[in-house]
Design a protein around this ligand. Structure first.
Ligand SMILES: [Zn+2]
Length: 379
């Protein structure tokens, strides 16, 4: 008698294909509470309300035991114990308990409080690879001494010379402009003009944040021309994003283009558009999806979310991700809730003899690691 199906799901090592750094420095309880709310980009007026949520409940249920507390412990006791241990110890325990062998980190957003990729590798005792955030790369370039008239060549050279640790590119187009636009490759001349305008805006005291659609489109196509797997933020995020313009169906024209068909396109998070994303994964050979981020935020209801992600999408097109950032409870919970959901959903299908045990194990392997390994060319 081998391992049970539930034991198999428990033991499998995951590739978290889209995640950010865990906190490396201590912070106050307000920082912790605020990081349990994704959609509100302002500091919460009543931070303790963050505990009264699916995420807050899941955290007290599942993370308490990692820090030697009884399950469902009160938020007060949880916070007290957390403070005793310190942020780095929390990050060490939670990331190690997640059972993740590879973290693919988007380090493009870091307030300075998060561990950088080498710090994550050391703390988690795991392999780290990087996903370069195209808009962050552009913001670095425009602030350098580079002539904005040479933006096309300079950006291309910068992306082409990326360190070997980089295995893909990510865009936050959803945040900066939305998907409801012509996303074809802009002419080089227009890119240079946009870069000049952007540089002038910065020199006259304007914001560095890239929101120029021409330059964002150029970034996407530059990554495609270099053959990098392309991650796109889709759906749920903070309120700076227009959620209705982050619906992946708005990407149809882009996905139908010859250029976009040349690289894997990974639709990240997707909630509440996981069914639309599943459709696109069936419709296009090169489209993949995950339901990370929302898994944590919907807590116990992630069983229903994860079940929906197993509707139209071929099983070779679904990936695991936590999209965790900041408190490492999120790095752990993503994996914990995923394992809980998969064991329950697939376990039921096995019990009902809808799926064989062998088929279920094969799909777990695909989604937990094989699909990511193949897409990103990991050894
Ligand atoms: Zn992310």
């Amino acid at each position: 008698m081998g391992t049970s199906f539930a034991g198999f799901v428990e033991d499998i090592r995951l590739i978290d294909h889209h995640v950010h750094g865990a906190y490396g420095v201590d912070g106050d309880e307000t920082r912790f509470q605020n990081s349990l709310n994704e959609a509100n980009s302002e500091p919460l007026t009543e931070p303790s309300a963050a505990y009264d949520s699916q995420l807050g409940f899941a955290l007290r249920r599942w993370c308490a035991e990692i820090i030697d507390l009884p399950r469902h412990v009160s938020p007060e006791l949880y916070w007290r114990r957390r403070s005793e241990l310190g942020e780095l110890e929390i990050s060490r325990r939670m990331t190690r308990a997640a059972g993740v062998s590879h973290w693919l980190i988007d380090a493009g957003f870091n307030t300075g409080a998060m561990l950088d990729p080498p710090g994550m590798a050391e703390t988690a005792g795991a392999t780290v690879r990087e996903i370069v955030r195209l808009e962050t790369l552009a913001e670095t370039l425009i602030q350098s001494g580079q002539d904005p008239g040479d933006y096309v060549e300079a950006f291309t050279a910068l992306l082409a010379s990326r360190p070997r640790i980089v295995v893909g590119a990510k865009s936050v187009l959803a945040y900066r402009a939305g998907f409801n636009h012509d996303l074809s490759r802009p002419a080089d001349r227009n890119v240079a003009e946009s870069a000049k305008r952007w540089r002038q805006r910065i020199e006259s005291g304007g914001p560095v944040r890239l929101d120029d659609l021409t330059l964002i489109r150029f970034g996407l196509h530059c990554a495609i021309s270099l053959g990098l797997p392309l991650q796109l933020h889709v759906g749920f995020g903070d309120r700076e994003l227009d959620l209705d313009r982050a619906n992946p169906l708005l990407l149809l024209d882009f996905l139908r283009s010859v250029q976009a068909s040349r690289v894997p396109v990974l639709l990240l998070h997707c909630y509440p558009f996981e069914r639309e994303a599943g459709y696109l994964a069936q419709a296009f050979d090169n489209v993949y999806l995950d339901v990370g981020l929302a898994v944590n935020h919907v807590g116990v209801r992630s069983r229903s979310l994860i079940a929906r992600s197993f509707e139209l999408a071929p099983f070779t097109k679904i990936l695991y991700s936590s999209d965790a950032i900041g408190p490492a409870e999120l790095h752990y919970l993503g994996a914990r809730l995923w394992r809980n959901a998969i064991a329950a959903i697939f376990g039921q299908w096995i019990d009902d003899d809808e799926w064989s045990d062998a088929d279920a194990r094969r799909v777990v392997e695909l989604v937990a690691r094989e699909n990511a390994r193949r897409v990103y060319g990991l050894p």
